[in-house]
Design a protein around this ligand. Structure first.
Ligand code: HEM
Length: 393
């Protein structure tokens, strides 16, 4: 991969000349101008620190993994992510459940995410748009990878929640709706305001209605039809569709442009794709934090957490402690895929995310590409480019 040759406002060479700040750091600062510097400062204060108003902050991968594997840290208590999403998604959507009901729902959903299920979904939805992308890049067109990913990740989720053939406009609109809901949340948000909850509910009711119609139709060739076949109730299927929509669209879409930019900025062209993806996941940590609540006194490293405390695992700090982007370096066991969580709540969509990312990255990185220009997005929860123009080098 070559260094950029165009003088866009934020191309890597001009950036390096003007400042030592990496493009990745710029993305974080654009998304969270106040919280990001604070978050990075906290990393220097130790593996676990109590921060008034924020909670017990974990900056260390081994401690984070212990918390995630320990049932005393919950996603359904006061101050947990459940507080945030239950009013909008309902009480039973994996990410706000614990214990036996959580394990039972996960077991029912597991067959949807086997390698063969996700491969079929991705091939079915993405074959055509990816072929178009391949042709455009081969012709030497300049492509906005951010917009392209909105379309591709939006299309996969549209299909997963029950839409049949999806127009590009529909996929983009769905992506924008999701972004609007996710961006209501900041690091300090504990509850959505009534107005925010109303907007979120409207968007998610729309998703629920699409899911319900596909569930009622019961075609086992569709994800919702399979859910019915697998024994999920209509309410569970609606909730799962909402959860997939909220968690599975922006995460994937924001990652691919960051992966391509990282490879470009480090002048890496000849690398095993899976290693590059894993290492770019470590450096970018698409979801920078994970939250848990505490129901009774429990130690987190050297800090005693009390009932009502919120534990904020700063995945980004945990992962960044292992140095700059370097796909040739293996990850130690404590770090293993921490960016997808660990333990009972480990990302159920991991196989789908990886299948989507691999499929797009294979097409984009088929030949050396250069980043022509880029701009960081503001006012978003997940740091991302607003625009990343690439073309064949
Ligand atoms: C790059 C892409 C993705 C990343 C980085 C990511 C990250 C994560 C993380 C860190 C968790 C655990 C959170 C915690 O323990 O607090 C999680 C859970 C989850 N993810 Fe993903 N995710 C991605 C893509 C997807 C996709 C494509 C889907 C589905 C279609 C999905 C669905 C879910 C669901 C439903 C959960 C909740 C699981 C549970 O609580 O049992 N994710 N994800």
């Amino acid at each position: 991969m070559n260094v950029p040759n165009a003088g866009g406002p934020l191309n890597a060479r001009s950036l390096r000349a003007r400042t030592s700040m990496s493009p990745e750091t710029r993305l974080h600062l654009a998304a969270h101008p106040f919280a990001y510097p604070l978050m990075r400062l906290l990393a220097r204060l130790g593996p676990v620190v109590r921060v008034p108003g924020l909670g017990v902050v974990v900056n260390d991968a081994a401690t984070a993994r212990r918390v995630l594997m320990d049932g005393r840290f919950r996603k359904d208590g006061p101050g947990s992510p459940g507080d945030l999403w239950t009013p909008v998604l309902g009480p039973s959507v994996l990410l706000n459940m614990e214990g036996e009901p959580h394990a039972a729902l996960r077991a029912k959903l597991a067959p949807l995410f086997t390698p063969s299920s996700v491969a079929a979904l991705v091939a079915d939805v993405l074959a055509e748009p990816l072929e178009e992308l391949r042709v455009r890049l081969a012709k030497g067109d300049t492509v906005d990878l951010v917009d392209e990913m909105r379309l591709l990740a939006g299309a996969v989720i549209c299909r997963a929640v029950g839409l049949g053939e999806v127009s590009a406009a529909r996929a983009r609109r769905l992506f924008a709706d999701g972004e609007r809901v996710v961006s209501m949340v900041s690091l300090r948000t504990r509850r959505l305001s009534p107005r925010q909850a109303a907007v979120a509910r409207e968007v998610l009711d729309g998703i629920g209605d699409i899911a319900q119609a596909a569930y009622d139709a019961g075609d086992p060739a569709t994800v919702m039809g399979r859910m019915r076949e697998l024994g999920l109730s209509a309410a569970e299927a609606r909730g799962a569709a909402g959860a997939f929509f909220l968690t599975g669209t922006e995460t994937v879409a924001t990652f691919v442009p960051r992966l391509v930019a990282l490879l470009h900025d480090h002048d890496i062209s000849d690398v095993d794709l899976d290693r590059a993806i894993e290492e770019a996941m470590r450096v970018t940590t698409p979801t920078p934090v994970m939250l848990r609540s505490v129901a009774r006194p429990v130690r987190v490293g050297r800090v005693l957490a009390s009932p009502g405390d919120r534990v904020v695992i700063v995945t980004h700090n945990c992962a960044r402690a292992y140095g700059p982007f370097d796909p040739s370096r293996p990850h130690p066991p404590e770090l293993r895929r921490l960016w997808f969580g660990a333990g009972p709540h480990f990302c159920i969509g991991y196989p789908l995310a990886l299948a989507e990312i691999r499929a797009v990255a294979r097409v984009v990185l088929e030949r050396p590409v250069e980043v022509v220009s880029r701009r960081a997005a503001r006012g978003v929860l997940l740091p991302t480019y607003e625009r990343l123009l690439v073309r064949a080098a």
